[in-house]
Design a protein around this ligand. Structure first.
Ligand code: HEM
Length: 481
């Protein structure tokens, strides 16, 4: 590759950190506690009150996440912190209670159900394009992260709750965001084993937001009793049945799982999209390639489910964004049994940190690990790689249940936007900073230019064919709505 594009990365620790340095760095950005060594070695270990290990080696990750999954449950600290909001839902449960919920919910995310939800994603993509055009007109630039959070929240409200219930979307969105922020701050200090005498920002923890989220969802579920809509996630989950026992979810279990989908699914997908837009704004030739693909697939119409198969390069861009900036950049487990990983002894009670961010930029695994290069994400290259080298959605039995949903949503929204706009950087590069998720601190500031069309070899003016937003029509193929 000739011109390598090296986007922003996290500064790594070059020497061992004291407890107070670890706390200070973790509060600013938890990824700054990653030692430089973990980008060059399979595994490193230490003691901070408890023994801990960071594992960035595909075989060892396969052992933890798949082969011996029952011996490495999720960290009890994270579970305790998430419990007030999402209870013992699919995301948080372990053992038999997790297993039955997963068996019941898996069919809900089947391909045919996702395909039925696609039109709502397409509509949300169009509304998002309209809002972007509007923000550009008002402010002369667009903050793509906020825009993508709004777009994916739109999707989750529409597909999870049909958008018909009386929801105060802004209030819910704010609750979810505050919740992620405060839980993120509290939990990471615990996950990394910082001693309990270090003060936690517990006062930040806004119980009111959690209570609001839960009562809103309870109302929606109660209102829906006897009034099925038939095709959204809530109806599908209401009917979800464990094929082994015939068990269905109680109203409380339904509420916890629906909230888990919202908390786990909406901001993560917005991040995949925002980082993709950021990277494409830095690499105009990759942006052109993705745009050409989008326009060849659906021209001036909206991106729909039937076009997904023609958007391979768009998928590669999203995967490369998920490699460089995995929203779930850090997973945590606890060892229940004695074991050996990478030749080292593991004893019960050891904390396992799975630094997905470091795995995805590991010098032994990737060529030019810090460079943006979507060509490394073709189906063939991905197949040739170790399955546990690229883990944006986790892997094994606890792999993200919403993976297909998120991939479809991200492709439809990104392709729709690229077919209409050119993105260019309009501010300093965002800093990748992890709270509970890996966010672009400072925002993704871009300009959004309606694209110029080639008509009979001439450059023509531009059009923004979005709902209620057709500005001007210069080529016969543009369809106004
Ligand atoms: C780009 C978007 C997304 C990313 C990067 C992502 C990432 C992940 C990861 C890494 C895990 C595994 C966590 C672990 O093993 O500790 C996970 C689990 C999960 N995700 Fe996602 N996710 C995304 C979108 C979604 C969506 C859209 C939904 C729901 C609609 C969702 C729902 C869940 C649930 C319920 C689990 C727990 C599954 C289980 O333990 O059985 N996620 N996700």
């Amino acid at each position: 590759m000739s011109d390598l594009i090296i986007p922003a990365k996290v500064p790594v620790a070059t020497k061992p950190l004291s407890i107070s340095e670890t706390v200070r760095k973790a509060r600013h950005n938890v990824l700054e506690i990653l030692p430089g060594l973990i980008f060059r070695q399979p595994m490193i270990s230490g003691v901070m009150v408890k023994r801990w290990h960071m594992v960035a080696q595909p075989d060892a990750l396969e052992a933890v996440l798949k082969d011996r999954v029952d011996d490495y449950p999720k960290s009890p600290v994270t579970k305790r912190l998430l419990k007030p909001a999402i209870g013992e839902s699919l995301f948080n449960a372990d053992g038999a209670y997790w297993r039955w919920q997963r068996r019941a919910a898996a069919p809900v995310f089947q391909h045919r159900h996702l395909m039925a939800l696609a039109p709502l994603m397409t509509e949300a993509a169009e509304r998002s394009a309209a809002r972007m055009a509007d923000e550009m007109e008002q402010r002369g630039q667009v903050e793509a992260y906020e825009q993508m959070v709004a777009a994916t929240f739109d999707v989750i409200c529409d597909v999870a709750l049909s958008g018909r219930e009386t929801l105060d979307r802004n209030a819910v969105s704010k609750s979810v965001n505050d919740y992620i922020e405060t839980v993120g701050k509290v939990s990471l200090l615990d996950v990394i084993g910082v001693p309990t005498w270090v003060p936690r920002p517990a006062t930040l923890f806004k119980r009111r937001h959690v209570a609001d989220m839960r009562s809103m969802m309870d109302r929606v579920i109660a209102d829906r009793r006897g009034k099925p809509i038939g095709s959204d996630l809530l109806d599908l989950m209401k009917d979800a049945t464990d094929p082994e026992t015939g068990r269905q979810m109680t109203a409380d279990e339904l509420r916890d799982n629906m909230l888990a989908f919202i908390v786990a699914g909406h901001e993560t997908t917005a991040l995949a999209l925002s980082w993709s837009i950021h990277l494409l704004s830095l690499d105009q030739s990759a942006q052109d390639k993705a745009r050409d693909e989008a326009r060849a697939a659906f021209g001036d119409g909206p991106a729909e489910a039937s076009h997904l198969g023609d958007l391979a390069f768009t998928g590669q861009v999203i995967d490369e964004a998920l490699r460089l900036y995995p929203p779930a950049a850090f997973l945590a487990r606890i060892a229940l049994k004695a074991d050996r990983l990478c030749g080292r002894p593991i004893i019960p009670g050891d904390i396992l940190m799975l630094p997905i961010y470091a795995l995805h930029r590991h010098q032994l695994l990737w060529e030019n690990p810090d460079a943006f290069d979507p060509s490394r994400m073709t189906t063939e290259t991905q197949r040739a790689r170790h399955r546990y080298q690229f883990l944006p959605f986790g892997a094994g039995p606890r792999i993200c249940i919403g993976m297909g949903f998120a991939q479809m949503e991200a492709k439809l929204i990104l392709a729709t936007l690229l077919a209409r706009f050119r993105f260019r950087p309009a501010g300093p590069e965002p800093e990748p900073a992890m709270n509970l998720t890996l966010r672009p601190r400072g925002g993704v500031r871009v300009t959004v230019e309606p694209i110029t069309l080639e008509v009979d070899g001439r450059r023509e003016g531009s059009t923004v064919p979005v709902l209620g937003y057709a500005v001007e029509q210069t080529a016969s193929s543009w369809r106004l709505r």
